[in-house]
Design a protein around this ligand. Structure first.
Ligand SMILES: [Zn+2]
Length: 346
């Protein structure tokens, strides 16, 4: 029924394909029951593209999901040399997918819209954690030239720029200090180049530092409402108000641990729970400030959704919730396109 094209704020498909223990050597080009996202299932689900994250796990964490509320400590920094070399492998993987066709790395909104029209998966190269730049932050410009268009200052651990929010439940996101001087410089540099700054995984003080400094709309690519699920990874009402005031947006995360009010990891989480977060975020940020940030291949998602091919079921649930075509188009991709146009300045 719903053939609305979706553009999505976050997936961990590159890592899932990269690490054999996770992806079990599935191919992006062949339909699989493993993971959440491949080209055949993307076409089935109307997935027009999204942010493809380069996330570097701790060396000992190779078999874990990126988002996991399991008890773990995220207080260790990761060596920037290691992070950069791992991220370089993921970047090479992404351009490898592009060279086989069916997916294109996009650098402008024009390119993104062309992909959506032509049915080619539009991929935004996103770094999840600025340690992936390597030891010298000046690498940002070189990576920008190569195609990097989105950067999370941190994953849920500290680095030279900021402090990520550790996975806690229930917990405030106010878990530590704000940005370092290097972090503030990096925000200015992202603004200068037109690189989107992703606030998901940043702790609350870091969030407010970016809010004060950045000239771009505030964006959390894959986070939910703290009022409905008090996980440290979710956004409080004052944060949502700041995002609204900046003309920014939130990508709704399908990770069950960030959806459920008990913070549990059960896949028996109804789609209605996703709808409830959308409704709440729309109430707080506005219909122009909410989209999707699925976390496919990086988290446990509701069984009722299954994988990317289940997106039409979510759109149908939102339609049942009262969203008309115009609203659904905004939620599904229009808001991402708008925010990217402002942020990238082109
Ligand atoms: Zn994440």
């Amino acid at each position: 029924m719903d053939n609305i094209k979706v553009f999505d704020g976050h997936n961990d498909t590159l890592l899932n394909l990269h690490l054999p223990r996770r992806g079990e050597r599935r191919s992006f080009f062949q339909r699989s029951d493993l993971g959440h996202l491949d080209l055949p299932r993307a076409r089935e689900g109307g997935f027009g593209g999204g942010f493809f994250a380069c996330y570097v796990p701790y060396p000992q964490d190779d078999d874990r999901n990126e988002e996991s509320a399991l008890t773990r400590t995220e207080d260790q920094q990761i060596d920037p040399e290691y992070a950069r070399s791992f991220a370089d492998d993921l970047v090479a993987d992404l351009f490898g997918l592009q060279s086989e066709g069916g997916l294109r790395v996009v650098r402008t909104v024009g390119e993104l819209e062309r992909c959506l029209r032509e049915g080619v998966v539009a991929a935004i190269l996103h770094f999840e954690g600025a340690e992936n730049l390597g030891p010298d932050p000046a690498a940002l410009e070189e990576l920008f030239e190569m195609g990097l268009r989105s950067l999370g200052l941190v994953w849920s651990r500290p680095n030279a720029y900021a402090h990520g929010v550790p996975f806690r439940f229930p917990s405030s996101p106010d878990t530590g200090p704000g940005l370092t001087e290097a972090g503030k410089d990096l925000v200015r540099e992202c603004n200068r180049l037109g690189v989107l700054i992703d606030l998901s995984h940043l702790n609350e003080r870091g969030f407010w530092d970016v809010a004060e400094l950045s000239e771009a709309p505030l964006v959390a690519t894959h986070s939910n409402a703290h009022a409905l699920c008090p996980a440290s990874r979710n956004l409080t009402d004052p944060q949502l108000a700041a995002i609204r005031d900046s003309g920014g947006m939130v990508g709704v995360n399908f990770a069950v641990g960030f959806l459920r009010e008990d913070g549990g990891e059960s896949e028996d989480t109804p789609l209605k729970t996703v709808v409830r977060h959308v409704e709440y975020l729309v109430e707080r940020v506005g219909i122009d400030g909410v989209g999707f940030g699925s976390d496919f291949d990086g988290a446990k998602v509701p069984k009722e959704l299954g994988d990317v091919s289940g997106m039409p079921r979510l759109l149908a649930a939102l339609r049942d919730g009262g969203y008309d075509d115009t609203a659904l188009e905004k939620l599904a991709r229009g808001n991402w396109v708008r925010v990217l146009r402002t942020t990238w300045q082109g």
